[in-house]
Design a protein around this ligand. Structure first.
Ligand SMILES: Nc1ncnc2c1ncn2[C@@H]1O[C@H](COP(=O)(O)OP(=O)(O)OP(=O)(O)O)[C@@H](O)[C@H]1O
Length: 253
């Protein structure tokens, strides 16, 4: 499935948070959103998982305006791992992951054996099986983030939206997640701050600044010293990974 930002602008509290976003994902690609703080990455992603509506333009799912789909229908296709998932209730991990099945359910019926298997597989993929009976409020930041990821996997989406999902993760779990995203046949939209991990993970990068896309293309094309300087105001030295050839940025401190 593909996502299209068709001339999307978002106005909130009298300010234009993003404007004139035009981006179309390819089916099954990993598309990264990078850019400085406040450049509009989260705002753009929120429009995909329905936490915000564009004030102009539209976000399309396979050509259909998301605003015309009921939330349950879009949740069957699109799952989100937001930056903060604000869960104040002490559900167990297994219960939170089960919530991912909600868009596929009618009423409050208990999960079928098949759905429990989907839940368990989602917990396995996010490495939270050993936490299944723990209350989520007792978890560390990284563990909680992996629970939200498991809930998104349990949704069995075709499009996965992740906002800084590696924030709280140790390097093992960062690489595990990013490798998983590459291995899935999902369309992935992911906001990232680590440009080196973004270069290694994403098929294309959208470089945002001041609420709009400055550049869009494969990491090797957009991660140049000039572009990074224009977006972030720092000039990196670029080397290439000795084995993969992926551009990697080094900074003078
Ligand atoms: N609810 C809101 N009301 C007013 N302004 C907002 C709101 N949400 C976001 N903004 C502003 O919109 C701009 C874009 O914010 P956004 O969170 O999309 O940026 P970002 O690129 O994800 O930043 P970061 O890298 O810091 O997470 C920022 O200036 C932010 O302060």
């Amino acid at each position: 499935m593909s996502i299209t930002f068709d001339a999307v602008s978002v106005r909130l509290a009298g300010a234009e948070l993003v404007h004139d976003l035009n981006v179309k994902t390819e089916e099954g690609e990993v598309l990264g959103f990078v850019g400085p703080n406040g450049s509009g990455k989260s705002t753009a992603l929120r429009c995909v998982y329905g936490a915000l509506r564009p004030s102009r333009g539209a976000v399309l799912l396979d050509g259909t305006d998301l605003a015309t789909l009921d939330p349950r229908a879009s949740a069957r296709s699109i799952a989100a791992v937001p930056q903060e998932s604000g869960n104040d209730l002490d559900f167990t991990v297994a219960e939170v992951v089960e919530l991912g099945r909600f868009p596929h359910h009618r009423g409050n019926q208990p999960l079928t054996a098949e759905e429990r298997a989907v839940r368990d597989e989602a917990m396995r993929r996010a490495d939270v099986v050993h936490l299944a009976d723990r209350g989520v409020l007792s978890l560390s930041g990284g563990e909680r983030q992996r629970v939200v990821l498991a809930r998104a996997f349990a949704q069995q989406p075709r499009v996965l939206v992740l906002d800084e999902p590696t924030n709280h993760l140790d390097i093992h779990h960062q690489l595990q997640l990013l490798r998983q995203l590459r291995a899935e046949s999902l369309t992935v939209l992911i906001a990232m701050h680590d440009l080196n991990l973004a270069a290694a993970t994403c098929d294309r990068l959208a470089v945002l600044a001041r609420g709009t896309v400055l550049y869009l293309g494969p990491p090797a094309e957009v991660l140049t010293p000039e572009v990074v300087n224009e977006a972030f105001g720092v000039t990196p030295s670029i080397v290439h990974h000795p084995r993969t050839g992926v551009p990697q940025l080094h900074y003078d401190i």
